[in-house]
Design a protein around this ligand. Structure first.
Ligand code: FES
Length: 159
């Protein structure tokens, strides 16, 4: 075996032996990245719970006590997108639900109850509690869902 052939075999062997380590490293970083998502830290405990859909098409996404305690309920996936539900600042007996993707570039927005606005952490867009734009760069409203509160259940209608 000449030197060139030997070195190419060593290179293939090194690559093959490091592949499992690389796969494990990638898997671990994906897990830690998803755990570190700041926008979905609180109140998304229902995200993995099985959805209960009532005959009218409403899905229970959280509890009223949670909505009152934190000011919002989030789910990682509601019909293929993140969901944000807040108490209507004009009528605390009602809920307002949004597709939680900023219309500028898709970041999840946060509800700032004291300011009464939804704020995008990426580029600073602000939305009014009805989802319309208060400040850009976003130009389109956050899509909304029909939402209601029944007893302790926070319900959002699937389309
Ligand atoms: Fe929200 Fe840019 S993604 S302001």
């Amino acid at each position: 075996m000449d030197r060139r052939t030997f070195l190419s075999w060593v290179g293939v062997g090194t690559l093959a032996s490091s592949l499992p380590v690389a796969i494990v490293a990638c898997t671990s970083s994906e897990t830690s990245n998803s755990e570190a998502s700041p926008s979905l830290e609180k109140s998304d405990t229902t995200a993995s719970a099985p959805a209960k859909t009532n005959p009218e098409g409403f899905v229970e996404v959280g509890k009223l006590s949670e909505l009152k305690d934190t000011g919002f309920v989030k789910q990682k996936d509601f019909e293929g997108a993140p969901l944000l539900v807040i108490l209507d600042p004009k009528d605390q007996t009602k809920a307002v639900a949004f597709k939680n993707k900023c219309t500028h570039n898709g970041c999840a927005v946060d509800w700032k109850a004291k300011e009464g606005v939804l704020v995008c952490p990426c580029h600073g867009s602000k939305y009014k509690p009805d989802g319309t734009v208060a400040n850009g760069p976003a130009t389109g409203s956050l899509p909304t869902y029909t939402a209601k509160i029944e007893g302790e259940a926070v319900l959002v209608k699937a389309s």
